[in-house]
Design a protein around this ligand. Structure first.
Ligand SMILES: NC(=O)c1ccc[n+]([C@@H]2O[C@H](COP(=O)([O-])OP(=O)(O)OC[C@H]3O[C@@H](n4cnc5c(N)ncnc54)[C@H](OP(=O)(O)O)[C@@H]3O)[C@@H](O)[C@H]2O)c1
Length: 277
């Protein structure tokens, strides 16, 4: 798998493994299986309540730390600078890691929170050497512009919902302009896009599965993805997308499925206890 390079030079595998809604009691086993079948990039968050178990799986895998890319995220109640520093330390502690590869503000909470001050705190965390790259999640265009104007620091990534039903062209264009890597969460629209008739026709013609076609579409667009599955066979299937290419017409037809439809929460509407849908 060819890696992408983030703002500070850290290499990120563009296809990773997501852990949202993986219950803590099975997380260690699920993540151990993901690492065993070949995933080297794990996406978690304080909000998911499974960082300890993700860390246990990493430790049990015996993999060298440098061979793994680990992302976690600041929880909604931890925006205030002192709470953000404490939340970051807690995440590293639960993960059992000295350094995390990527740390994100999970939701901007624009109605209630000074997310610009939170971003300034993440910029300070870079100086501790305990995080390689900092970024944001669920930031809209105006949120991105505000944090960059205030600090001069461009987030390495913006992790937002992207899938064939929500292609996010304007936001992705802004990311390209600003040099931000797009991370596409819910890349399969939580499974909904897998029954789409066009995706199924393309999959049949290419002798691939619907999930493989959709993940390939994301990767050819240059986005980073981390599909979640608790099933080993699906983990293997989702990783097996590097032996075929979608042509321009196929790419365009999948992009044409866009209906600006979200599977998850709208970032402008999420409040302190939100973002869990
Ligand atoms: N930053 C944010 O606010 C945010 C929000 C949401 C998600 N995320 C991140 O993005 C990751 C991925 O998003 P997601 O988990 O919401 O959704 P997703 O990856 O789009 O879809 C996961 C769903 O698809 C099913 N699935 C996976 N592979 C499949 C396959 N090959 N065939 C059939 N079904 C398949 C899974 O079922 P099984 O598990 O039963 O196989 C699960 O129900 C999350 O885990 C998390 O790390 C971030």
């Amino acid at each position: 798998m060819q890696t992408l390079t983030l703002a500070n030079g850290t290499l990120i595998p563009p296809l990773g493994f997501g852990t949202y809604k993986v219950p803590p009691d099975v997380t260690q086993q699920v993540v151990e299986t993901a690492l065993e079948v070949g995933y080297r990039h794990i996406d978690t968050a304080a909000m998911y309540g499974n960082e300890r178990e993700v860390g246990a799986a990493i430790s049990a895998s015996g993999l060298a730390r440098d061979d793994l890319f680990v992302t976690t995220k600041l929880d909604n109640p931890d925006h205030e600078p002192a709470a953000a520093r404490a939340g970051f330390a807690r995440s590293l502690d639960l993960l059992g890691l000295d350094v995390v590869d990527l740390y994100l503000i999970h939701w901007p909470l624009p109605r209630t929170t000074d997310y610009v001050a939170t971003w300034a705190t993440l910029v300070e965390l870079l100086d501790t050497g305990r995080v390689r790259e900092i970024g944001v999640s669920n930031f809209q265009a105006d949120h991105l512009r505000a944090i960059i104007a205030a600090t001069g620091v461009v987030p390495a990534v913006n992790q937002v919902e992207v899938n064939p039903y929500l292609t996010q062209e304007p936001l992705r264009a802004l990311h390209r302009e600003l040099g931000i890597v797009t991370e596409a969460w819910s890349p399969l629209a939580r499974g909904r896009v897998l029954s789409d008739p066009l995706v199924n026709r393309l999959a049949e013609a290419l002798d691939k599965t619907p999930s493989q076609v959709v993940l390939r579409w994301h990767l050819q667009r240059g986005d980073v993805v981390f599909p979640k599955s608790t099933h080993r066979a699906r983990m293997v299937e989702n990783l097996d997308v590097f032996d075929f290419t979608l042509g321009d017409d196929e790419m365009a037809s999948i992009s044409g499925l866009n209906r600006d439809e979200r599977s998850g929460s709208n970032p402008d509407a999420v409040e302190l206890d939100g973002g869990r849908r």
